[in-house]
Design a protein around this ligand. Structure first.
Ligand code: F6R
Length: 242
């Protein structure tokens, strides 16, 4: 696994946006898996600026978000669909027909997971999966203990994750306890992975993922087995590395 330590969050966002933009420059019809949360916000801002200045064309890109809350419709402000619309999609030229998120209102979430997997396969697989990491080491919403063979499916969020997500939620409403997430096997099949981590609260998870044993207790540790995975972290998130 490759490790890049940025001196601060701003540099991290710049490097992350460059990485994504280069992937698209090399392959204009790239298939990207994208995260929500606080970490990618700066990178999305920089991608928007690149697009505005004519340095990035997303018109042929296909996107698959990593996750969505179960029971939350796409127009609900709590939804990851709303997050992506606000923070990226409404401000760049991604073709709406090529945007994919799991349907949080699907009557059968298990079947929705299978449908989403089939969509990814139909798109030719993921070229670049951009990930965040939970303080507990989760990737997507694959919480500790989740099997490495997992596919897109509904999962129960840990109490820790719910607290973290609640702190970032755009409104007071209580968050669902279940989400649809890309599976670990699905993430591992991406041709390239870029994991972003910022802040001291991620330091322990980053150290365990990069330097600890590969173990389901730290889902991100599986990336040690990925042939082309890069951890791009700021200095605070790197502070527990040996
Ligand atoms: C979100 C996702 C999660 C987050 C992780 C970090 O789509 O899949 O794994 O990336 O919880 O979230 P932040 O960036 O808010 O610390």
């Amino acid at each position: 696994m490759k490790l890049v330590v940025a001196p601060d969050y701003e540099t991290l966002t710049e490097l992350a946006a460059d990485f994504i933009a280069e992937t698209v420059a090399d392959k204009p019809d790239a298939v990207l898996a994208l995260p929500t949360g606080s970490t990618p916000l700066g990178a999305y801002r920089r991608l928007i600026l690149k697009a505005r200045h004519g340095h990035l064309d997303l018109s042929r890109v296909t996107t698959f978000n990593l996750d969505e809350y179960v029971g939350v419709g796409l127009r609900d402000p709590l939804s990851y669909h709303a997050y992506m619309t606000e923070h990226l999609f409404s401000q760049v030229n991604v073709d709406p027909a090529r945007i994919h998120l799991p349907d949080g209102l699907a009557p059968d979430p298990e079947a929705e997971g299978r449908r989403y997997e089939a969509e990814i396969t139909r798109a030719g697989g993921i070229d670049l999966a951009v990930l965040g990491i939970g303080a507990n080491g989760h990737i997507g919403f694959n919480e500790p203990g989740g099997p490495f063979e997992s596919r897109t499916r509904p999962v129960r969020l840990s109490a820790e994750t719910i607290v973290a997500m609640q702190a970032e939620a755009p409104s007071e409403g209580r968050l669902p306890v279940t989400a649809l997430t890309l599976g670990i096997a699905t993430i591992m099949e991406a041709r390239q992975v870029l994991l972003l981590a910022a802040g001291p609260e991620k330091a322990e998870a980053v150290a365990r993922a990069l330097q600890g044993p590969v173990d389901v207790a730290v889902p991100a540790s599986v990336l040690q087995r990925h042939p082309r995975a890069t951890f791009l972290v700021d200095r605070e998130a790197a502070s527990r590395l040996k």
